[in-house]
Design a protein around this ligand. Structure first.
Ligand SMILES: NC(=O)c1ccc[n+]([C@@H]2O[C@H](COP(=O)([O-])OP(=O)(O)OC[C@H]3O[C@@H](n4cnc5c(N)ncnc54)[C@H](OP(=O)(O)O)[C@@H]3O)[C@@H](O)[C@H]2O)c1
Length: 284
């Protein structure tokens, strides 16, 4: 599979988003493991997760545990796989998402993720979302300490605006390697962040690249344009969407979520799909 880079680490140009396997509507464990194995068989070497990808208050880290199990039971080589997790969100129940970026909380969350993933250092640790109750400097300062202590190998941020991206990179001493923001045909407002990442050479990981769980068939109401190009190439509109994104910049690494082997197998084929400048313009 085509490779891109997060920091100095080569990863597949398409990653796997783990969220659909752990929140509302999640499949059983056996299907999730098959999905992760299908991703690995297809050459995926980036798996995105978070401690907050779980359903009940008592199954925090469900997705991290699943990924650790899938990697352990995979018969092939997993040494080139980068697991990217996050801290800073909580799911106390009733489907709600709350935030906690207190440095002591982030430190404890990282320790718990290390245990669940069964590693000495987390490949990529991302600050999940700015917390209005904690200065951003303090939250990213905690991430810097984890980096300096060797608890995490690389540091990223998520849901950050251009100012926060610059600030995070400064606090991390130029060691910010990735930004994960929402970006899809229906959600284009993070284009300034994408451009900044391209300028700084930082990986940009679009989250909900297909419009989010349950929306992939509609591609945010733009399915018509994507379906037309898909028809011309004999591929799925979702592949067209991911190929369109990949063409935006070499720093873009989409992480489509999957809960079925078929969907991730389909998504990875986007790397082989070359769209003409006219097609890209029509999709824009
Ligand atoms: N940083 C953040 O704040 C944040 C927020 C949200 C998500 N994320 C991350 O971003 C990842 C992706 O976002 P997402 O899962 O919310 O949404 P998404 O990737 O836009 O959509 C996921 C859904 O698309 C379907 N799908 C995937 N590939 C497909 C294909 N080739 N053809 C048809 N359908 C396809 C999947 O269906 P099946 O389930 O049937 O396979 C899945 O339910 C998440 O998994 C998570 O890792 C991060």
């Amino acid at each position: 599979m085509q490779q891109r880079r997060i920091g100095d680490f080569p990863v597949s140009a398409i990653g796997l988003g783990g969220m659909p396997m752990s929140i509302e509507g999640r499949p059983d464990e056996e299907r999730s493991i098959r999905t992760i194995h299908a991703a690995l068989e297809s050459g995926v070497t980036l798996i995105d997760t978070a401690d907050a990808y779980h359903l009940y208050p008592d199954d925090v880290g469900h997705n991290e545990t699943l990924i650790a199990q899938a990697l352990a039971s995979y018969p092939g080589d997993t040494s080139t796989v980068l697991v990217a997790t996050k801290g800073g969100h909580k799911r106390p129940g009733n489907g709600s998402w709350t935030r906690d970026s207190r440095p002591e909380y982030l430190r404890a969350a990282c320790e718990a993720s290390l245990k669940r993933l069964g590693v000495e250092a987390i490949g990529l640790y991302q600050h999940h979302r700015p917390d209005p109750n904690v200065p951003y400097e303090d939250a990213i300062g905690a991430i810097r300490e984890l980096l300096d202590a060797g608890k995490i190998r690389m540091a990223g941020v998520s849901n950050a605006n251009p100012e926060q991206i610059r600030l995070a990179n400064e606090i991390l001493g130029g060691r910010l390697v990735s930004v994960q923001n929402q970006f899809s045909p229906a959600f284009r407002s993070s284009e300034p962040e994408l451009r900044l990442c391209a300028e700084l050479g930082i990986a940009f990981l679009p989250w909900s690249p297909l419009g989010g769980i349950g929306n992939a068939d509609r591609l945010g109401g733009r399915a018509g344009a994507f379906a037309r190009v898909a028809g011309a190439h004999g591929v799925s509109p979702q592949q067209v969407c991911l190929a369109w994104m990949l063409a935006k910049s070499p720093v873009v690494i989409p992480i489509p979520g999957s809960s079925r082997p078929e969907t991730i197998r389909d998504s990875v084929r986007a790397v082989e799909l070359a769209l003409s400048p006219e097609e890209l313009a029509s999709l824009d």
